[in-house]
Design a protein around this ligand. Structure first.
Ligand code: PXP
Length: 239
C-alpha cells in the first residue's frame, strides 16, 4: 500500500499568520525524503491554503507523483493543463465547507465531467474521481473513462459504533473489489489516522491511501520537543 501525503495543512498554518512559513514546498520535499510515494495538494477556488505559487513550485520539486486535487471548473482546468500534475483528483467543492464533505455527484453533470476528463487525459494527466463507496459511482466512473477512483473514507472515519464501522468498511471493500475488477485503480482517503487505518490495509484492492490532517497534526507533536530544545539552546548559548 502506497502513502500519498496531503500537505494542505502546512499551508493552512502559514496562512494563519499570512507569513511565508511553514512552506508546503519544503514539506513536500521532506515527505518524499521520508518515503512518501506521492504528494497531494488541493488548490481551492478561495486559495485558503495552497496557492498558485505553491502548486507551480511543488510541481518542480516533486519527484514521485503530484496529485492535484481540484474542482471541475474552467479556471482549474486551465491551471492543471499548464502545471501538468501526474494525477488530477476531481473533488466537489463548497465555499463554506471546512474540508471536502462528500464524494462527487457525477450523475448530475455527466457530460461535463466526461469532457473535463477527456481534456485532462489528452495532456497525459491521469484522472481520479473522489467518490462515495456506492456501486453506482463505480459504474459511472467506468462510463466516464476515469483512470483511478479514490474512495471517500470520511464516513467510515466518523463512525461511532462498531456496527456502523463494519457497515462502512464493507461498502468500501465491496466497491474497491468491483472497481478493481472493472479495471480502475483504487485509492482511498479522507479522515484516515493512526488508529483507523488498520482495517483499510486489509482491503487489498486499495493501492494507495491519501492522508493529510492526521499526519500534519502528529508532526506538531513529534517535532515540538526538538523545536523547543533548539530555541532553548539558542537562548542559553547567547546570553
Ligand atoms: N482525499 C481527498 C480527496 C481530500 O479532499 C482530502 C482532504 O483534503 C484527503 C484525501 C485527505 O484527508 P485528511 O486531511 O482527512 O487526511
Amino acid at each position: 500500500m502506497k502513502l500519498a501525503v496531503n500537505i494542505d495543512h502546512v499551508a493552512t498554518l502559514r496562512e494563519a499568520r499570512g507569513e511565508n512559513e511553514p512552506d508546503p514546498v519544503a514539506a513536500a520535499v521532506v515527505c518524499e525524503l521520508a518515503g512518501a510515494e506521492g504528494i497531494v495538494c488541493h488548490l481551492r477556488e478561495d486559495r485558503r491554503h495552497i496557492n498558485d505559487r505553491d502548486v507551480r513550485l511543488i510541481r518542480e520539486m516533486v519527484k514521485t507523483k503530484l496529485d492535484l486535487e481540484m474542482a471541475a471548473t474552467d479556471e482549474m482546468l486551465k491551471i492543471a493543463c499548464e502545471i501538468l500534475p501526474d494525477v488530477v483528483t476531481l473533488v466537489p467543492e463548497k465555499r463554506k465547507e471546512l474540508t471536502t464533505e462528500g464524494g462527487l455527484n457525477i450523475s448530475q453533470d455527466k457530460k461535463r465531467y466526461e469532457e473535463f476528463i477527456r481534456e485532462l487525459q489528452s495532456k497525459e494527466i491521469a484522472v481520479s474521481l473522489f467518490i462515495d463507496p456506492e456501486p453506482v459511482n463505480i459504474d459511472l466512473s467506468v462510463e466516464l473513462n476515469a483512470d483511478i477512483i479514490e474512495l471517500h473514507t470520511g464516513k467510515y472515519a466518523n463512525t461511532r459504533t462498531e456496527k456502523d464501522q463494519i457497515n462502512e468498511l464493507s461498502k468500501i471493500a465491496v466497491t474497491a473489489r468491483m472497481a478493481s475488477e472493472l479495471g480502475l485503480i483504487v485509492t482511498a482517503g479522507h479522515g484516515l489516522n493512526y488508529n483507523n487505518i488498520f482495517p483499510i490495509l486489509n482491503i487489498h484492492e486499495i493501492r494507495e491511501v491519501s492522508i493529510g490532517h492526521s499526519l500534519i497534526a502528529r508532526s506538531v507533536f513529534t517535532g515540538l520537543q526538538k523545536a523547543v530544545e533548539d530555541m532553548l539552546s539558542i537562548i542559553s548559548k547567547n546570553r
